[in-house]
Design a protein around this ligand. Structure first.
Ligand SMILES: [Zn+2]
Ligand SMILES: [Zn+2]
Length: 162
């Protein structure tokens, strides 16, 4: 039986992918077994490694941008998965409008604590803790400026009047 070119390419693709997985698995075991040596090597060549990384990043600016963009998109998807993909106040479901809200309004303090790092990264590093929710920008701004979103007031007034 002769293979067509398409079949050959597909076969090659699967083989390479499998091979890559096998190598990655082996590397993981090897690294775990030689953890101390790796750490010592890293410490010894930290400055050189950083310089090399910066050179590589400067050389591949577009690629770095694309990688960052992909990373951010993936992270945002994870955030939405954990904190819900609708506004907790008004139910806005266009995810483009949604932002992370500090339920207890201690966002400024928290941002100071995180420093320059990204909030999304922080949330992931801390395994998506409680105390956060998704709000659309309107509800988030209203909550920040007037402590309560008008949606809530309108609803309370409405419930009071009936
Ligand atoms: Zn809303
Ligand atoms: Zn609202």
């Amino acid at each position: 039986m002769t293979q067509t070119t398409a079949e050959k390419t597909e076969h090659k693709r699967i083989y390479t992918a499998k091979q890559r997985l096998r190598i990655a698995a082996y590397q993981k075991v090897y690294r775990a077994a030689h953890k101390k040596e790796f750490q010592a090597y890293k410490r010894k060549h930290r400055v050189r490694a950083r310089r090399q990384m910066l050179v590589w990043r400067a050389k591949h600016k577009l690629r770095v941008q694309l990688m960052q963009k992909r990373h951010r998109a993936k992270l945002r998807l994870e955030i939405l998965e954990h904190y819900g993909n609708v506004c907790a106040c008004c139910g806005e479901w266009h995810t483009e409008f949604l932002e992370v809200d500090h339920i207890k309004n201690d966002g400024n303090l928290h941002r100071k604590e995180i420093g320059r790092g990204s909030m999304y990264n922080w949330l992931r590093q801390h395994h998506y803790p409680k105390g956060f929710q998704m709000l659309c920008s309107n509800c988030n701004k209203a909550k920040a400026n007037y402590h309560v979103c008008p949606h809530k007031i309108k609803k309370a007034q409405f419930e009071f009047s009936i």
